[in-house]
Design a protein around this ligand. Structure first.
Ligand SMILES: [Zn+2]
Length: 281
């Protein structure tokens, strides 16, 4: 290892700067969303079976709630523009804008060149958790999704109920296309209810038992027409392992709610990003 320079301590002591100060982000009108949610009626529900995934559709201006039922369970969420699957949830940029974990008032942003809010979190019953002494928190945008390729790389297994495969099957069934056609649309997820962080000593991605209990939920306002897919992770509460059938797994519930007519007076579905895409030419 090269020797540290004489001023190493000084260089390390430089204070960090936030990469993307987010105080200029357009703020969601949570009061309007909550008022609209008060009078909203349930229009659909989907139960996601353990170690499987299911698709659901939410119109712009509607709400969807993901709930823990029966037992602690983590969910891997994909979102697409229902009319254009090339616009999809951008986990990395959401992380850059809001941090490693998301909660009420924060938004799920879409991929380039769209980069607009797809959904806004309006309620999170696990908001109380905060950041624990290990640096862990809930609902992360740092993990990617459990997948059979990494499982094969690390331990040579052929396991078919990782979230990646669950999402692929669910999307193929929803669209009526082959697995090969569906798979490239599956993308990095929002890890709903998952408790994760990075170890301070080695910087490694860690997970620990989710604090979620039946009755807990994460609720969203759909800013654009959405196609969603949610996988009930084979890791269950992700307290020990995934990519196997070892963990206790439970279903997840997705419910869709439509507001009363006129309840969103003044709200408009966000337009695509304003960059002109000339890229300097
Ligand atoms: Zn998973």
């Amino acid at each position: 290892m090269p020797q540290a320079p004489a001023d190493a301590a000084t260089r390390r002591a430089v204070a960090p700067v936030i990469c993307y100060p987010n105080d200029t982000l357009p703020a969601p009108d949570l009061a309007l969303y909550h008022a609209a949610r008060e009078g909203a009626a349930k229009v659909a529900e989907v139960v996601v079976p353990p170690r499987e995934a299911a698709c659901f559709r939410v119109g712009a201006g509607q709400f969807f709630r993901i709930s823990s039922v029966e037992g602690p369970q983590v969910g891997d969420l994909n979102l697409w523009n229902a009319d254009d699957l090339s616009e999809r949830f951008y986990s990395g940029k959401t992380r850059a804008l809001h941090g490693t974990h998301v909660t009420t008032g924060e938004r799920l942003w879409s991929s380039f060149p769209h980069l607009r809010p797809m959904a806004t979190i309006i309620a999170d019953t696990l908001d109380w958790y905060g950041i624990d002494e290990f640096g862990g928190s809930v609902h992360d945008v740092i993990g990617t999704r459990c997948d059979p390729y990494t499982g094969n790389l690390l331990s040579g297994v052929q396991y078919h109920h990782c979230c990646h495969s669950n999402l692929t099957r669910a999307l193929a069934d929803e669209l009526g296309v082959s697995l090969a056609e569906a798979e490239p649309h599956v993308h990095d997820v929002l890890n709903v209810f998952m408790c994760t962080g990075f170890t301070r000593d080695t910087g490694q991605y860690f997970m620990k038992a989710s604090p979620v209990r039946p009755g807990d939920y994460l609720e969203f306002f759909a800013e654009i027409d959405l196609l969603g897919a949610l996988s009930a992770c084979p890791g269950g509460d992700c307290s020990s392992e995934h990519t196997s059938d070892t963990a206790a797994c439970f279903p997840l519930l997705v419910e869709v709610f439509a507001p009363a007519p006129g309840a969103l007076e003044g709200w408009q579905s966000p337009p695509p990003n304003g960059y002109d895409r000339s890229h300097g030419r």
